[in-house]
Design a binder for this molecule. Structure first.
Ligand code: PLP
Length: 399
């Protein structure tokens, strides 16, 4: 019989499964608030002007398609590090950091996880409760036990910061703590700069390892403003890891452009770490693809294209903010008793609406409005054409 005869069907990815259901829905009024993708007011995934211009130049130059170095192109890696830490960062001047181009933020997390498993085989990984739905599976697939630390407080719709600190204080030394650098997915609830200082202090006290996941730089307050956690970690003298992604900030989802950055205690140490990270990459996908990274590097290194990109990113950030405000106003105008003003305070693409599983189900079956079962909606999928319909639908399921 077939070697696959007894293979069980794996459960569908909850969010990608939602997409399939959405695509199969024939209602013209359907709205997909499930996936974490930014759409324009026309409901389209944008191709940014800065990206288009850099691509045109690159295609006209018709570069050959040789292999990249295992770690990706230096121009890209240097541009990423400067974006994360600022171009005048002492860490960069000291050569204490290594950056490799990775296959999106997910690929960066996986290379980082595989490397950490070799470095600290007995460590436990802690992720926020709740977290991006792939964090747990990803670190488990690298061989780590994964536990939660307290994060979201449903009562305040903010962060249970005391609970978070208490959990950090309980962790065994050399545990790995995955932290959302900004725009927490799925809740939209971030901690303040002052709270980050306390987190860094406990990480130092308890001898923990921070792994900062930065998938939405520029979507809360700005490129520099959103890197406050990185700045504080950089100033701490601690060693830590950062996974970063241009999927959202450059709208380059399918090109898989991300990076893993590791901060070591010296240049010499960083060199040794790099040699080990390269082994992880070499036995996995060998070296990263060329196009997306080359485009990002070209945009970041050209003053004109960079300005254009920053303006376009600001446009996305502001449009999301407008949608948050508008949704709150429209729900209030429809006589919804519950105060939804927390939606305005949440940051990034998502909002944890507090809608129950039953209400989310009703949104889907009665209205063709698709949200995640946890009540997470992607605010970046709202637009001036669908927001009234969505507000009507939410009002109806709240009755
Ligand atoms: N980390 C977080 C918190 C995310 O929300 C996402 C994407 O949704 C990722 C990582 C993965 O990013 P990418 O699509 O670049 O792999």
């Amino acid at each position: 019989s077939s070697i696959f005869a007894a293979v069980e069907m794996a459960p569908r990815d909850p969010i990608l499964g939602l997409n399939e259901a959405f695509n199969a829905d024939t209602r013209a009024t359907k709205v997909n608030l499930g996936v974490g993708v930014y759409f324009t007011d026309e409901g389209k995934i944008p191709l940014l002007g800065a990206v288009k211009a850099a691509e045109k130049t690159r295609i006209e130059a018709a570069p050959a398609r040789g292999y990249q170095p295992i770690e990706g192109a230096a121009a890209y890696n240097n541009a990423v590090a400067a974006l994360l830490f600022g171009k005048d960062s002492a860490l960069l001047a000291n050569g204490q950091t290594i950056t490799i181009e990775a296959l999106g933020g997910t690929g960066a997390l996986k290379v980082g996880a595989d490397y950490l498993k070799r470095l600290l085989p007995n460590a436990t990984v802690y992720i926020s409760d709740p977290s991006w739905e792939n964090h747990r599976a990803l670190f488990e697939s690298a061989g780590f036990p994964v536990s939660n630390y307290a994060y979201y407080d449903a009562a305040t719709r903010g962060v249970n910061f005391e609970g978070m600190l208490a959990d950090l204080r309980q962790m065994p030394a050399q545990s790995i703590v995955v932290l959302h650098a900004c725009c927490h997915n799925p809740t939209g609830a971030d901690i303040t700069a002052a709270q980050w200082e306390q987190v860094v202090a406990v990480i130092r006290e308890r001898n923990l390892i921070g792994f900062l996941d930065m998938a939405y730089q520029g979507f809360a307050d700005g490129i520099k403003e959103d890197a406050v956690a990185l700045d504080l970690f950089a100033a701490s003298g601690l060693q830590f890891l950062v996974s970063s992604s241009f999927s959202k900030s450059f709208s380059l989802y399918g090109e898989r452009v991300g990076a893993l950055t590791i901060v070591a205690s010296s240049k010499e140490e960083a060199g040794r770490v790099m040699s080990q990270v390269k082994r992880v990459v070499r036995t996995n996908y060998s070296n990263p693809p060329t196009h997306g990274g080359a485009v990002v590097a070209a945009v970041l290194s050209s003053p004109e294209l960079r300005q254009q990109w920053e303006d376009e990113l600001a446009g996305m950030r502001l449009r999301i903010r407008e949608m948050r405000k508008s949704l709150v106003e429209k729900l209030a105008a429809r006589g919804v008793a519950q105060d939804f003003s927390f939606v305005i305070k949440q940051r990034g693409m998502f909002s944890y609406t507090g809608l129950t599983v039953e209400q989310v189900e009703k949104l889907k079956t009665d209205f063709g409005v698709y949200a995640v079962g946890t009540g997470r909606i992607c605010v970046a999928a709202l637009n001036t054409k669908n927001i009234d319909y969505v507000a009507d639908a939410i009002t109806a399921v709240l009755k």
